[in-house]
Design a protein around this ligand. Sequence first.
Ligand SMILES: [Zn+2]
Length: 158
Amino acid sequence: MKEASPLNTRCPRDGCQGAPVERVTLQHHLRPELRDSLGKGPFHFCESANCSVVYFDAAGGAVYEAGDVLLPVSHKAQGVGVPLCYCFGVMDDAVRRQVLDGGISTAPQHVKARMEAVGCACNTTNPAGRCCLGVIGRRIQGYQQERQVSRGKSLHDG
Ligand SMILES: [Zn+2]
């Protein structure tokens, strides 16, 4: 019996613990020319905001970076053109604008309602291969802090 090679489930770039991701997720998100050489995995996703690695093969050692995937990755990018919910097209800059204007965002309720009504397909639509609600919640908190800071500033200025 052949011994299985030890798995490396930590990101080879920043060493953080990778999140398991299905092979089908990589098949959807890698640039087409990279798909033919895609190994068996298992594959992991690096969630670090400041790390350029998106996927790595825990057994084969292959590494895929932001430039190797077709879409901006919400864990690693912010601003115009970055989706937060890939199933229903909720965009990062729209959520930011909602929070800076009114202090809250309707995005989580919107996504939950669409999930119940028509269903989601995160394992193929989202580069992270999982539900977007965790990222949306953290992003809203970040923009609420940004709003408080800017309101505090304008109070001092006024
Ligand atoms: Zn990483």
